[in-house]
Design a protein around this ligand. Sequence first.
Ligand code: NZQ
Ligand code: ZN
Length: 387
Amino acid sequence: MFVYHIPTKIYFGENQLNFLSDAVSGFGKKALLVYGGGSIKKNGVYDSILLQMKNSGVQIFELSGIEPNPKVDSVRRGISLCKSEKIDFVIAAGGGSVMDAGKFICAGACAEHDVWEFISSGRPVKKALPLFCVLTVSATGSEMDNTAVLNNPETMEKRALIDDKLFPVASFCDPALTYSVNAYQTACGSADILSHLMEVYFNRNQNLFMLDTQMEGMMRTVVKFAPVAVAEPENYEARANLMWTSTWAINGYIYGCKKNPWSCHAIEHQLSAVYDITHGLGLAIITPRWMEFVLDESNAEKFCRFGKEVFGIESSGHSIQDARRAIDCLKDFFYSKLNLKSTLSEINIDCSHFESMAKNACSPAGYINGWKKLYPDDVVQIYKNCL
Ligand code: NZQ
Ligand code: ZN
């Protein structure tokens, strides 16, 4: 059994951002605009937001410079602004980093304690300011989920906060706004979308056949359209398919009864905590090695089905062999079709932090209770297999 409810309203398609002023109507007259390093100033998003808010009589305050893998200090600056200026709602315009920072700001603005205590002390989110998102890169699905991820460079941690009060009120998803995303970020975003699907697809809990077929369709969509978007950045069909898949890969729809914690994300978040690498790249390096590590006779059939449904591999009658072919297809997709780096050594990561990263990845239970239970020694081995 499960309960499914997403309160986020989606405006999808070209020029849908024009409805922002309608969407925020009634939410107050002071807004904080949160964005990153300036991409929104090149694609018209910034100008459109400012003009619409001006015409609606909404006063805009700005917090720029949110970093990829957002840092807790940037979020603290946003929270101070919200408190000092008595902000009514937040508009986050950018990728997952900006939207996640927006979520933490919305929650932190309504709390007396420091924002990191939501993570370090498990403080509950009692209230959050309303959040509106303008999505500019297809990847994390933050535009329609209840999750936000934050980096704390002091403790070298990257941790997620999950709470239904973090759902955006509305998100604007215009695929044309992702035309300017470069080939590398497009590839990394696509690897992230695929990973969100695989983390749920490879799950020990009972599930609905219908959901497995939905996930296979979404994975095929990424495999078909990510290389197109990389080669033709202004291909609307490719950008639209990636965007809608990114949203649905992680908004809860595909979970059903599958509740096992994710494995590759826990392992990757340690990499982007310690080395500040792009999340999707870390996932592309780790996932095939995780698959090779967990594959055995008891689970090979699911890998075979994955290979058949996502990559069109015909059965040879030998399940372990077919499962390995499926993993090889995934490697080929990441490293040849999307041209992503295939090892940690290539991005200058060595084994010096593997032990502590593995321990953190397995915290607090002491293991990752995923498709196959992983203990810190297992995670160290997976990191080593990525070198
Ligand atoms: O900062 P700007 O100038 O906007 O540039 C960004 C940034 O450099 C650029 N970019 C974004 N839109 C663009 C663009 N460049 C040109 N044209 C555009 N239209 O892309 C770069 C990366 O942006 P970022 O927001 O970091 O990427 P992404 O969306 O992949 O977000 C990654 C973050 O989200 C977290 C990740 O861990 C990472 O911190 N995740 C959040 C999740 C969630 N909320 O549910 C789940 C995910 O698994 C993930 O952990
Ligand atoms: Zn992810």
